[in-house]
Design a protein around this ligand. Structure first.
Ligand SMILES: O=c1ccn([C@@H]2O[C@H](COP(=O)(O)O)[C@@H](O)[C@H]2O)c(=O)[nH]1
Length: 272
């Protein structure tokens, strides 16, 4: 049996000693042309893989490139599979149930079986069902937006809404029979930019993998993220995109150094 997404992340976290999620968000204006973008993005993936627990392409950047972006995304996912890197497709999908089912089919089944997808619960908890069911059927995962990293999240996510979503993530996770140290297929996005809240969300969602975006370019620091992890340094993934891909302009060795430094800072913060 192949490992599920959550098992693969935990296995890689422990065997490679890394909790870093490398984000790959290629921006056309940074490159000479689309071929240059493709070459650099795949080079960064391969070069930083030894320091990565997983990789997270933001679908918006691939969609912005049209058909060539979709081809690049497929090449990137195939390369990640070859490198043994679990993939998180950051698409923040969500819609009425029948449309959600189509999104789930497209991003969590077929050639994306075993990947994870970020999902938006704003249309109601029932609309998460097709994503959760498809992820479970195909050994994948979902990361539900609980408290996003941007400052204006508080406009809508304050007033206890994030905690209500967290309770639903915990309820879904409790449906899954898990062994000691295992995580559910239903995880949560909690911004690394909210370090003071991480321990509380960790406690609210004990079986959920937490995806923590915001490391680097958005100002979050590895040293502040320990509250999101379980003892031994499992259960969360800290994500940096621009801070790795464009760490030194387009110098791939600078990306490698940045990924290694984030990995080391996270491990030091956790004492692992
Ligand atoms: O709450 C969230 C959820 C997702 N993101 C995504 O993560 C990366 C962050 O990029 P950086 O360059 O590391 O700032 C990007 O793809 C966002 O769409 C997030 O930032 N916050």
């Amino acid at each position: 049996m192949p490992l599920t997404f959550a098992q693969a992340v935990t296995e890689r976290t422990l065997s490679r000693r890394t909790r870093l999620c490398v984000g790959l968000d290629p921006r056309l204006d940074a490159y000479r042309d689309a071929d240059h973008l493709k070459e650099h993005t795949l080079d960064v993936l391969e070069a930083t893989a030894p320091y990565a627990a997983c990789v997270k392409p933001q679908l918006a950047f691939y969609e912005a490139l049209g058909l060539s972006g979709m081809h690049l995304l497929e090449d990137l996912c195939a390369a990640a599979r070859t490198l043994g890197l679990p993939v998180i497709l950051d698409g923040k999908r969500g819609d009425i149930g029948s449309t959600a089912a189509a999104y789930a089919q497209g991003w969590l089944a077929g050639r994306h079986a075993g990947a994870a997808l970020t999902v938006n619960p704003f249309l109601g908890f029932g609309t998460l069902t097709p994503f959760v069911d498809t992820a479970r059927q195909h050994g994948g995962g979902v990361f539900v937006l609980v408290k996003t990293s941007n400052p204006d999240q508080a406009d809508l996510q304050g007033g206890g809404l994030s905690e209500r979503v967290a309770a639903e993530v915990a309820r879904l996770g409790a449906q899954e029979p898990l062994g000691e140290g295992e995580y559910a297929s239903v995880g949560a996005v909690v911004g690394a930019t909210h370090p003071g809240d991480l321990a509380a969300f960790r406690a609210l969602m004990p079986r959920a993998l937490l995806l923590l975006p915001g490391l680097g370019a958005q100002g979050a620091q590895a040293a502040d993220l320990a509250g999101a992890f379980h003892p031994g340094g499992t259960g969360a993934l800290a994500s940096a995109s621009r801070g790795v891909q464009y760490a030194g302009g387009l110098d791939v060795q600078a990306s490698v150094q940045a990924a290694r430094a984030y990995r080391d800072e996270l491990n030091a913060a956790l004492g692992v």
